[in-house]
Design a binder for this molecule. Structure first.
Ligand code: ADP
Ligand code: MG
Length: 727
């Protein structure tokens, strides 16, 4: 029997890069051509309609029906001119991906005729049959229906033959069933709170934005090899695989020359992204073999997040054209680095003031320190909540491993900013408010020094990088809305507390700047324990972090408990982002997803153990037995040990591994059967974490050992050296 693994390897090697002809025009000429952006609106909407749409986008006002009707007509004309035949409300259910249900513009009009129809009502609201999307019980207790509603702040776009309209997804009674709704609400909360604080600095009615620049890491695997791995097909990661002799020891892949097939994929992906207005800027090889990264220019967080989700779908489609599968899983391979999605986050005003950027004057620097202190305090007070926002069954493999930040949230500020804060703590008497210009913070040259802010700490989960925070603990497959909603919400809440305190001081007669300065100092003092500039991987840090009041919980299901704590509920209520009912429902969904993911992995590796790998191990063992028999027949007893002793020992070792693996497979299967009957999602998830995960890890150990014993010619699945090094 020909080994199908070798056939797949041959096929993978034979693949040549698909050369995508460079699109003749400059990027700027086709950039955004599949987006209903302002340039397109100018062609398809009247100036009056456009003005109302812009106002609605900028001020978050709901469009009335007649305007929606005009927009729908223009959008349909544009979509049909572009060759679209269908439309869909594009939304982000709690499953983590995106969802779409295509409807044709065509509507039969009797007598065999049909007309293209798309009304304002269809644009604004739809009722997809949403009964299969996770709702955490929200729809059972109320109504089974869910609605999608247009989000005009993210432009409609065309994918293939379909006009896609970004929407929120809510229940009949208004509860959020998606990621976008709370994100939009958190943006409203944080931008309003930041604008209020900016008033102290003489900036009135500021339009503040929350920005996100994500960095998407991913692996590419040849599709012929992928097809030979049931674990990749079903779980997006390898559940088995002995490390390759060469993996990433030489660091020769990082920033190395991009392999030609991967390059062809990237160019094609960039071309498709530009057409959709996704501003991809950076591409490079990452640390692990066959691992890459791409990053866009940052955008307003809601749009940036839509773009990331869109990109993740595009990646999968484009990869197929190039004979690749893209792996967005956080840890597709053991023994090499996993993938993250660093979320670069900041607040800034419409006219370009970065609230996380130091300025040139004392007042600007006080503004900078005030916002920094508030972010740090929000992160300190809610470090467990922020961590819970990125804890998933898949990201758990990456956090805490020796490559990504640990499952403890701390912040790295860099030397200059740390020193500036330390100066601030000591500066009580130095600060004299004498009119607008006559005070000093004693923090000279912060801006100049920061330009050279190269002392970057790669182990910090929440690092300040000059004009923004980089949240590095986010997983590569995540919907960034989850962490971004938490970040915006906790910062909004903290800024409101800050303002209350400053106002009290001002009312008591303290001059404004002095009041801001004093409160900034107090805020930083109360949260400086979150700052950590050392090695986040060390064991000492774990002990130290605990002392500092930072959450060290590493169990995913338990980490979710904080999401419905009294404190969290109060914060979400105060900022009007989510209600207690919604928070509870979300946790139900997360526990459910956690259990299901671990359950699928357990079933998959059990199958691999029982149906794929043990049979092969036994086949090899039989060959050894045959060899031993023949030795014994042909040679005198005195020579048996020399000629077949090793084989006999190997036969025993194989049996030990196959027996142990088989027992674990059975245990995992039995557990999965048992856990199915547990009704409580939290309890079920905890059992998956505590009891099933160890079976999966245990099976892997035995299978990996067998991979090194069994004849390479017999091993049925592509090995790491093939999966990671052929591209
Ligand atoms: P790194 O050196 O961390 O790998 P990259 O260039 O890959 O950096 O990505 C940095 C990301 O941060 C980009 O998306 C970039 O646009 C974004 N970014 C830069 N400034 C800001 C800011 N003020 N707010 C949010 N994101 C920002
Ligand atoms: Mg990068």
């Amino acid at each position: 029997m020909a080994n199908s693994r070798f056939k797949a390897v041959d096929e993978a090697f034979a693949k040549k890069p698909v050369i995508v002809e460079p699109p003749a025009p400059a990027t700027s000429e086709y950039y955004g051509c599949n987006v209903f952006n302002r340039a397109t609106m100018r062609k398809y909407l009247s100036s009056e309609t456009r003005r109302t749409v812009y106002e609605s986008i900028e001020q978050g006002v709901t469009l009335d029906n007649s305007v929606a009707e005009h927009v729908a007509t223009g959008m349909k004309r544009w979509a049909m001119d572009m060759g679209a035949t269908h439309y869909t409300h594009w939304f982000q259910p709690l499953t983590g991906g995106t969802a779409e249900k295509h409807d044709s513009f065509a509507e039969p009009r009797g007598q065999g005729e049909s007309l293209e129809n798309f009304s304002g009502k269809l644009l604004c609201q739809q009722e997809p049959d949403a009964s299969s999307f996770p709702s955490g019980g929200l729809r059972n207790t109320f109504e089974a229906r869910g609605y999608t509603a247009w989000d005009p702040s993210s432009p409609a776009f065309i994918m293939g033959d379909c006009l896609c309209i970004p929407t929120v997804f809510i229940s009949y009674t208004g509860e959020a069933l998606d990621y976008k709704t709370p994100l939009l609400k958190s943006v409203r909360a944080v931008t309003a709170a930041a604008a209020d604080v900016l008033e102290y600095f003489g900036i009135k009615n500021a339009v503040v934005h929350s920005y996100l620049g994500w960095e998407q890491e991913y692996f590419l695997v040849d599709s012929s090899l992928y097809a030979q791995r049931p674990d990749l097909i079903l779980t997006d990661r390898t559940l088995q695989g002995h490390s390759s002799s060469k993996s990433q020891q030489l660091d020769d892949h990082y920033f190395g020359a991009i392999p030609s097939r991967a390059m062809a994929f990237m160019r094609d992906l960039e071309y498709e992204s530009y057409k959709l207005g996704i501003p991809i800027k950076t591409r490079h090889n990452e640390v692990a073999p066959n691992q890459f990264e791409l990053a866009p220019v940052y955008e307003e967080v809601n749009l940036a997040n839509d773009h990331n989700l869109l990109l993740m779908s595009l990646m999968k489609q484009v990869a197929e054209r190039h004979g690749f599968r893209v792996l967005l899983h956080e840890k597709p391979f053991g023994h090499v680095n996993g993938s993250g999605k660093h979320c670069n986050w900041s607040l800034g005003t419409e006219d370009g003031i970065g609230l996380m950027s130091p300025g040139k004057t004392d007042e600007e620097n006080l503004r900078f320190l005030a916002f920094m202190a508030n972010v740090l305090k929000a992160v300190y007070d809610n470090n467990a909540l922020l961590k819970a926002s990125i804890m998933t069954a898949t990201n758990a493999h990456r956090l805490g491993a020796n490559e990504a930040p640990p499952a403890i949230i701390s912040s790295f500020l860099g030397r200059q900013v740390s020193e500036a804060f330390e100066d601030l703590l000591k500066s009580k008497d130095m600060v004299k408010i004498r009119g607008k210009k006559g005070y000093s913070l004693g923090i000279p040259q912060v801006p100049e020094l920061l330009v050279d802010n190269t002392d970057r700490n790669r182990t910090s989960p929440f690092a300040f990088t000059g004009n923004r925070f980089e949240f590095r603990a986010v997983g590569s497959s995540a919907n960034c809305a989850s962490p971004m909603t938490v970040l915006n919400t906790i910062v909004a809440y903290q800024l409101k507390q800050f303002k209350k305190e400053v106002d009290k001081k001002i009312e008591a007669g303290t001059p404004i700047m002095q009041a801001v300065l004093d409160e900034t100092r107090a805020t930083y003092k109360a949260c400086k324990n979150v700052c950590f500039d050392g090695n986040g991987y060390s064991d000492e840090w774990k002990a130290e972090a605990k002392k500092r009041g930072l959450d060290c919980e590493s169990s995913v299901p338990l980490s979710y408990d904080v999401c419905t704590s009294k404190k969290t509920v109060a914060i979400y209520k105060d900022t009007s982002v989510l209600t207690e009912v919604e928070l509870k429902a979300r946790n139900e969904v997360r526990w459910e997803i956690y259990g299901k993911k671990v359950g699928i992995e357990a079933r998959t590796i059990s199958d691999m153990t029982l149906n794929h790998l043990i049979p092969v191990a036994i086949e090899y063992q039989t060959a050894l037995l045959d060899n031993v028999f023949k030795v014994k027949e042909l040679f005198p007893k005195s020579e048996w040990d020399a000629l077949a002793g090793d084989e006999i020992r190997q036969i025993r070792t194989i049996s030990e591994h196959t027996c142990a693996a088989r027992a674990l497979a059975k245990q995992a299967d039995d557990l999965c059967d048992e856990l199915k009957t547990i009704e409580d999602a939290r309890e079920q998830a905890i059992r998956y974490h505590d009891d099933v995960v160890p079976c999966i890890d245990g099976m892997r150990e035995h299978l990996d050992a067998l991979e090194m014993i069994v004849d390479d010619q017999m091993w049925p699945m592509p090995k790491y050296r093939e999966l990671l090094f052929i591209s």
